[in-house]
Design a protein around this ligand. Structure first.
Ligand code: ZN
Length: 210
């Protein structure tokens, strides 16, 4: 039997209509029904109505670093807790999918409510969006040197140093193979080296989850 996900939050009910696959609010529960669940069940007898009470969520201090939670949030369905106040998950924007952070509802500007623990991230995967900084022109690692007025000057650093940089574990093999070893006169232009290990793992988990 298929489920209908019905949500209860501060004073409102809503559900995802299985026919249109659209979010639908229940403004008024018709008389004769005790609650939204009973009402929905009568409207969709072929489905099992499952209520998610969004006033109930795991508090910030209950969340454990490295655990992956299902989330009710603006942009993420699931996310790994970073041990401070954020969840890193896969965000979809237009056709792009990338790692992004959303903060716990209890934290300042927080929008993510963890509902339940669904998996644990293996210890060898770093809990961060980026594993360091590479030059987007030539692909070599680079780092910022703080300069005047808070601006950074970016310069390339040797491959071997990259291993220590930002305490990243060894990800040298993932650097672009086309990157030239000749330092040449490339003007370093920084971009984050995406943490594809985390991305791939979260993608795998969300496949089993949704
Ligand atoms: Zn470069």
């Amino acid at each position: 039997m298929k489920n209908i996900d019905c949500y209860f939050s501060e004073g409102y009910w809503g559900f995802i209509n299985p026919e249109s696959n659209q979010w639908q609010a229940i403004d008024l529960i018709p008389s004769g029904f005790k609650n939204a669940k009973e009402y929905l069940q009568s409207q969709f007898p072929d489905y099992a109505v499952e209520v998610h009470d969004l006033t109930q969520y795991l508090k910030l201090e209950e969340c454990v670093r490295g655990k992956i939670y299902s989330l009710r949030s603006s942009n993420l369905d699931i996310g790994v807790f970073d041990g401070k106040n954020g969840f890193i998950g896969i965000r979809q924007k237009y056709n792009k999918r990338y790692l992004d952070v959303e903060y716990h509802y209890d934290a300042l500007y927080g929008t993510a409510k963890p509902l339940k623990e669904i998996d644990v991230l293996p210890g060898w995967i770093d809990i961060k969006e980026h594993l360091g900084t590479i030059c987007q022109r030539c692909g070599r690692p680079c780092k910022g040197i703080p300069g005047d007025q808070g601006y950074y000057a970016w310069e390339h650093i040797p491959w071997s140093k990259y291993v220590d940089y930002d305490e990243s574990i060894i990800h040298i093999n993932d650097l672009p193979k086309s990157a030239p070893f000749d330092f040449g006169d490339c003007k370093a232009s920084p971009t984050g080296l995406n943490n594809k290990y985390l991305f791939d793992f979260l993608e795998e988990v969300s496949r089993g989850f949704s």
